[in-house]
Write a protein that binds this ligand. Structure first.
Ligand SMILES: *Cc1c(COP(=O)(O)O)cnc(C)c1O
Length: 384
């Protein structure tokens, strides 16, 4: 039996381990110099003005909504084809969540559906959260045009797409958004164990995010509203959280960031192998990536006839191949049905889902793994 091939997996080298050990042997294992170094490196890599590292992308989404003043009575829109966290963040703030359907060919927000929904809206959204599905940036220039026309803010959910590019510029540069968030969960492109970050070009937003990350507290005397009681003094200015990233994690992130471009190059070459191997199997259609996008290839998703999806998935699993499915549309989750959403509400997302399989893709894979996966798929197709 072939060794199990997971759909995603971290790559950790001795260099990564050395970075973490150095922090463990230092005076600060949280809130020390590694955090600032990681944030500076992130801002520089993404060509954004500010980066704020936090404990997860879920925390980043929550803070982004709070910093953009999302509150009860507001609406936030995202896509159904995402992880639940992209929608839950609005609900943490007491806002109403709604969805925009996707383009089946790319799995991403349909700008046309967004435009139609805005035209028909009784209440306009305060924030829209496009998701750079599978590593490919959404059409941010078009979304930004609608944002200025209708006056909403934009949070890019770039959990999948650090290392990706849009119009030849790094994802996260926030040219077409207010803030961009990343995930450093082990299945994503780079990892800190658990972790996430926000980038923005807005200095006051960055300041709010930094404060919200740590209880809403400031120790900066220039920001004090009252006379300090002494050198120990700090002030709470808003209701914040403990969403900090440790220095242990930041050291891993800093080391991983140095390997990011190599990770993405490896992913591209593995995807090229997939396209080659799958070409003869015309029933299996890889997702399309638009010409103005350089994907980070977080996921390799294919579309198959929906009546064959379970058969192919089971055949892959039986062959020790960690196939997966991204995503069950958020609006049909039982908890979302309690909010009034129903199957049938977003037909493209539902049809896309019924045909979707994620094949393994991570930098530890070899071209031989892909040949093996291709032959399993061919065998399974011959059985039907
Ligand atoms: C992984 C993921 C998240 C959540 O990331 P965490 O770091 O695990 O909180 C949010 N959105 C999308 C699209 C994701 O894939």
């Amino acid at each position: 039996m072939h060794q199990f091939i997971p759909y995603g997996k971290q790559s950790i080298t001795q260099q990564d381990i050395d970075g973490v050990v150095a922090v463990l042997q230092s005076d600060f294992i949280t809130q020390g110099p590694a955090l600032g170094a990681f944030e500076t490196a992130l801002a520089s890599y993404t060509k954004s003005h500010h980066a704020v590292a936090v404990s997860s992308a879920t925390a980043a989404l929550h803070l982004a909504c709070l910093a953009l003043d999302v509150k009860p009575g507001d609406e936030v829109w995202t896509v159904p084809n995402t992880f639940v966290a992209s929608a839950n963040c609005a609900r943490y703030c007491g806002a109403k969540i709604d969805f925009i359907d996707i383009d089946i060919e790319t799995g991403r927000l349909s700008v046309e559906a967004l435009s139609e929904k805005l035209k028909a809206a009784i209440k306009l959204p305060k924030v829209i959260i496009p998701v750079h599905f599978a590593g490919a940036s959404c059409d941010m220039e078009e979304i930004a045009k609608l944002a200025s026309q209708y006056g909403f803010k934009v949070i890019e959910d770039a959990s999948h797409s650090i290392g990706g590019r849009y119009l030849d510029a790094p994802v996260g540069n926030c040219q077409f958004s207010d803030v961009c968030i990343f995930s450093f969960h082990p299945v994503k492109i780079i990892t800190t164990g658990e972790g996430g970050a926000l980038t923005t070009n807005d200095a006051s937003l960055a300041k709010r995010l930094t404060q919200l990350r740590s209880h809403g507290i400031t120790r900066d005397s220039e920001q004090f509203k009252e006379t300090p009681h002494g050198p120990w003094y700090y002030e709470q200015h808003m209701l914040g959280f403990n969403y900090r990233l440790t220095d242990i994690q930041a050291a891993l992130g800093l080391s991983q960031l140095k390997r990011l471009d190599e990770f993405v190059r490896t992913r591209h070459s593995l995807v090229d192998h997939y396209l080659e191997v799958l070409r003869p199997l015309s029933t299996i259609q890889p997702l399309q990536v638009s010409g103005n996008v350089y994907s980070s290839h977080h996921l390799f998703v294919v579309q198959v006839p929906s009546n064959l999806r379970a058969h192919l998935y089971n055949a892959l699993r039986a062959a020790n191949i960690g196939a997966n499915v991204h995503y069950i549309p958020v609006h049909i989750q039982p908890d979302y049905q309690t909010l009034g959403f129903r199957a049938g509400d977003f037909p493209n997302s539902e049809r896309y889902y019924s045909q979707a399989i994620t094949l393994p893709l991570h930098p530890g894979m070899t071209p031989e793994d892909i040949v093996y996966i291709g032959s399993c798929l061919a065998t399974a197709l011959n059985e039907v």
